[in-house]
Ligand binder design. Structure first.
Ligand SMILES: CC(C)(COP(=O)(O)OP(=O)(O)OC[C@H]1O[C@@H](n2cnc3c(N)ncnc32)[C@H](O)[C@@H]1OP(=O)(O)O)[C@@H](O)C(=O)NCCC(=O)NCCS
Length: 211
C-alpha cells in the first residue's frame, strides 16, 4: 500500500493540533451522530469545544500523531493518532496519569444532545487509536487504510492490542485491516428520524500479529 507521489506521510507536531482538529470537525460534519449532537449548538463554537475537550489529552507524550499532506498545496488531508501503552512511554508524568484516569465528565457545549454525546463518549473511552480523519474530497483514496497500516505495524512490533470505536463507514474500513467487532453501542438515531444503522458505534479490537 503506497501513497501516490502527490502526497507525503509524516509525523505531525503537537502544535499542528488546531489544524488537525479542524480537519476532524470537517470530516465529521456529515456523520449523522455528530449532526444530532450539535444540531442545536452554535456551529462556530464546535471547534473551540473540540480543542478544549481533547487538546490537553492529545498533547501528552503517550500519543503520537501522523498526517498525510498534499505536496502541491501543503494541505494536510488526513491524520490519525495512536496512544502507546505507558510501559513504552516512561516520560508520561504521574500528574498526567491522574488527569487521564479521572472520571470527570468532559465539558459540554450549550444545547448539545447529551443522550447521544454520552454514547459517543463511552465509545471514545475504549480507544487507543485517537481518531482517523480524512477530508471530504480525499476519502476513499486509500488514506485511511494507509494510516491504519502504519499504526498496525507499530502495534505488531510492540505486541500491543489496538482498540477503535468506529462509525459504520470507519468500521467497514477497519475490518478490512484486521479489526474484529467486539461490541456495538447504539445511539438510537431512529429517535431523530435517521436510519437506525447510523447510530451504531462499533468497538473494534485488533490483536498484534502472531499473538
Ligand atoms: C472512514 C474514513 C476514515 C475512511 O478513510 P478513507 O481514506 O476514506 O478510506 P480508504 O480509502 O482507506 O478505504 C476505503 C474503505 O473505507 C470504507 N469507507 C470509506 N468511506 C466510506 C463511506 N462513505 N461509506 C462506506 N464505507 C466507507 C469502505 O470499506 C471503503 O472501501 P470501498 O471503497 O472498497 O467500499 C474516512 O472516510 C473519514 O474520515 N470519514 C469521515 C470521518 C469518519 O467517519 N471517521 C472514522 C471514525 S471511526
Amino acid at each position: 500500500m503506497e501513497l501516490p507521489p502527490e502526497f507525503e506521510f509524516n509525523e505531525a507536531r503537537k502544535d499542528e493540533l488546531p489544524n488537525l482538529f479542524s480537519i476532524w470537525n470537517i470530516a465529521f460534519a456529515d456523520y449523522q451522530v455528530w449532526k444530532v449532537i450539535f444540531k442545536d449548538s452554535e456551529h462556530q463554537k464546535i471547534l473551540p469545544w473540540i480543542e478544549k475537550t481533547f487538546g490537553a489529552r492529545m498533547k501528552m507524550d503517550d500519543i503520537a500523531l501522523w498526517k498525510i499532506t498534499e505536496v502541491s498545496s501543503g494541505k494536510t488531508v488526513a491524520w490519525t493518532g495512536l496512544r502507546f501503552p505507558w510501559k513504552f512511554r516512561p516520560s508520561i508524568m504521574e500528574e498526567q496519569k491522574k488527569t487521564i484516569l479521572a472520571k470527570d465528565t468532559p465539558p459540554t457545549l450549550e444545547r448539545m444532545n447529551l443522550d447521544v454525546f454520552a454514547v459517543l463518549g463511552q465509545a471514545l473511552r475504549a480507544a487507543n487509536r485517537m481518531g482517523t480523519n480524512v477530508l471530504p474530497g480525499y476519502q476513499r483514496m486509500g488514506f485511511g487504510q494507509f494510516l491504519t497500516k502504519h499504526c498496525n505495524e507499530i502495534a505488531d512490533k510492540s505486541g500491543s492490542r489496538t482498540w477503535i470505536p468506529a462509525s459504520p463507514n470507519g468500521s467497514n474500513m477497519f475490518q478490512k485491516m484486521g479489526f474484529k467487532q467486539v461490541a456495538i453501542l447504539d445511539a438510537h438515531m431512529e429517535r431523530y428520524g435517521y436510519d437506525a444503522a447510523t447510530g451504531k458505534m462499533y468497538i473494534l479490537l485488533r490483536d498484534p500479529f502472531g499473538s
